[in-house]
Design a protein around this ligand. Structure first.
Ligand SMILES: Nc1nc2c(c(=O)[nH]1)N[C@H]1C(S)=C(S)[C@@H](COP(=O)(O)O)O[C@H]1N2
Ligand SMILES: [Mo]
Length: 325
């Protein structure tokens, strides 16, 4: 039995790439089917469908929180990655993340909560209805993508454990296992990878607990089996392969804050006016959208909060965004 068979499902592999046009028409069909199910015309897909169909992860397309911009091809989303646990170059995660075992997997949710609990990944997949959101994804390295993610708002999970009145921040902890994550043998960051949000940010409907992309389970290099996606913040805020979520009183010190404190602040909201690093955040390269196989990627202006200001700006009212970067 090889490892994939042991896991009982297939992760998408390079030969399994969904062409965007096929994907789009399938989405349109799923949208119609979903609407029919809501209207009671056909039964809604059972929650188990996600595991029965190898690699597939059913979801209801959520137009309200989705951009209509051109999608970044699946091949780019899954081969141009930052996941330092598997190496520091963009191609390393796709090459090296096969060593990560994503079943069994548990996520402990603890700290300032009335009902601390350990969730098996299968429990998490069933906790709330899956939604598909097409989000812009902006890396602090000034590149960006447009990705269809599958998941549900983190607020559903946090509500399930009943935060106490002392819970002011949420800490996300990635797996620590140098045998499965060979990059952890290099001290480029303090391991495990640690990220955090203020409680109101974590409860925001845009903050997506994410299990899939392009209608399939996450490939390992994209943070399988569960990660955060926070579209108004730089990509590094969205921790991958999460094993622990802690509700705490004090603002967490994240891995990137610890590594380069004058470059990376706790908030790290996308902001074209504020570039604490020694490169500019004013523009971004949209990966996979240029001519010659994406070699000449177009430069586009970066927007405040990555274009999600209408939804999130009120979270930061009264704050000096050049100081609280
Ligand atoms: N555990 C962990 N999470 C991580 C990272 C990482 O190195 N380790 N990289 C971050 C960065 S810099 C980015 S841009 C996004 C990349 O996500 P993607 O590869 O799915 O596009 O993941 C973020 N989450
Ligand atoms: Mo990033």
């Amino acid at each position: 039995m090889n490892k994939r068979q042991q896991l009982g499902f297939e992760h998408p592999v390079a030969s399994d790439i969904t062409p965007e046009s096929v994907y789009r028409s399938r989405r349109a069909f799923l949208g119609t089917a979903g609407a029919a199910a809501l209207a009671g015309l056909v039964p809604a897909a059972p929650a188990r469908a996600a595991q029965d169909a190898p690699g597939a992860l059913a979801a209801r397309p959520d137009a309200r929180y989705s951009t209509k911009e051109k999608l970044t091809p699946y091949g780019d989303v899954t081969s141009y990655n930052n996941f330092y646990e598997f190496g520091t170059s963009k191609s390393d995660p796709a090459h090296n993340a096969g060593s990560l075992r994503t079943r069994p997997w548990t996520v402990v949710v603890e700290g300032e909560v009335a009902k601390p609990r350990s969730f098996g990944i299968e429990d998490l997949l069933r906790l709330a209805p899956m939604e598909e959101r097409i989000y812009r994804h902006r890396c602090v390295e000034a590149w960006s993508m447009v990705i269809p993610w599958t998941g549900y708002p983190l607020s559903h999970l946090l509500q399930a454990v009943q935060p106490t009145s002392r819970a002011r921040y949420v800490e996300f902890v990635t797996l620590l296992d140098p045998a499965e994550m060979p990059g952890q043998n290099d001290a480029v960051l303090q391991w495990p990878y640690l990220e955090g949000l203020r409680m109101d940010e974590a409860m925001h409907p845009l903050a997506l607990l994410t299990f899939g992309l392009y209608g399939k389970l996450l490939p390992n290099q994209n943070g399988a089996p569960v990660r955060m996606v926070l579209p108004w913040k730089y990509g590094f805020k969205s921790a991958k392969s999460i094993v622990r979520i802690r509700l705490v009183e004090q603002q967490p010190v994240t891995s990137w804050m610890r590594a380069v404190p004058n470059w990376y602040g706790f908030y790290s909201n996308v902001n074209p006016q504020v570039s604490p690093q020694n490169w500019s955040q004013a523009h971004e390269r949209r990966i996979g959208q240029g001519s010659f196989g994406g070699l000449f990627t177009p430069q586009i202006p970066t927007r405040l909060f990555n274009g999600y200001g209408e939804q999130v700006a009120q979270l930061y009212k009264g704050m000096d965004l050049s100081k609280d970067f």
